[in-house]
Design a protein around this ligand. Sequence first.
Ligand code: ADP
Length: 447
Amino acid sequence: MFQKILIANRGEIALRVLRAAKELGIQTVAVHSTADADAMHVRLADESVCIGPPPARDSYLNIHQIVAACEITGADAIHPGYGFLSENAKFADILAAHNITFIGPSGDHIRIMGDKIEAKRTAKRLGIPVVPGSEGAITDEVEAKRVAAEIGYPVLIKASAGGGGRGMKVARTEADLSEALSTARAEAGAAFGDDAVYLEKYLEKPRHIEVQVMGDGRGKAIHLGERDCSLQRRHQKVWEEANSPALNAEQRNRIGMICANAIADLGYSGAGTIEFLYENGEFYFIEMNTRLQVEHPVTEAITGLDLVHEQIRVASGGGLSLTQDEVRFSGHAIECRINAEDARTFVPSPGLITHFHTPGGLGIRVDSGVYSGYRIPPYYDSLIGKLIVHGRNRVECMMRLRRALDEFVVDGINTTLPLFRDLVGNPDIANGDYDIHWLEKHLAAEH
Ligand code: ADP
């Protein structure tokens, strides 16, 4: 087992990883920018190292500084959290060359899944259902027209290097195709320095359902069920739940086993998420994330498993702590992402939190790195906390969530709490009846 883990992240996820390490009796090193000297993860870590000025490229993305911090403190492993360097294959390779364990998959697996064309090809080879579309990159219009005619309109042009929903363009008819192709390529080139695009069927009313997997890197893997993340704004998840209100146990087991077997065949190590669009009873792979996700606590709530413990165990060579037969699903969980943003305009609202009070009681978990008197710096993402609620079933979970949202107090800044108080009372949400466009339509109707 590791002696000391360096946490290459900030905010709630740095604290989340720190808690898991402490429970396992492992020393922790926090790294931080000058803007984060007062952050909770820095206060609670055994050691801390300042790695640079506020801009992320000079601190949380600065590989040299992070490796140096590791060498100075003698840390033997790095947990990257999510975002920042978590899906950077070069970072994983550099750590391997320095004999520092990267708590995550191999650089090669990160590389495959980071290129969406390659990821889709790999998924297909491993028996995962994918969205019908082009076999690889599309370069000319004639070929695009041929593929589109074959699969039928509408179609979507997507960037191979894509992320955050950028470089994506819908073509509803053949007349739109040429423009969609050139705009998507230009956008992808500008955003990612890589203008490779591919084409796939545009699904009109899908849900976003993702499967949590864990591999031991030696050919064993398990799935931990799914999360429904259909409530999105600008392709960003807002509310996530497990189980999905749209699936039954048989469907869950079927797609879960397809994913677990694929991950086992790949020899994948650590936590991963296989994302699908789900429409008319069919699953369509869109991408795989090779890291811990923001929404992992809903899976922890229904399985009773600590995913960061599991990641650390696997990375240290200890294998998975349980087999698929030992995985038990219990009850229902919902996570709300509380952002420092106006709940209507979504304009970021950094600044001083004058009062911070979190809800408590049975089935309530709050993961947050902020506190009363904390000043949110303007340089990073606006997530200030996650409220995760568990109940024996979805009805109990929603009752508890409504109560917890009433108790939550954040003064001094704007937050998205009012949005969740609105959602929890909405009949469609109560019925679990929503797709990936529901939230944007709901927000547009309110204005
Ligand atoms: P990114 O990496 O940019 O987030 P994804 O492939 O994960 O790209 O897709 C992001 C979102 O875009 C999905 O959650 C979904 O809302 C939408 N999307 C992606 N592919 C399709 C598709 N084929 N049909 C309809 N919507 C899609």
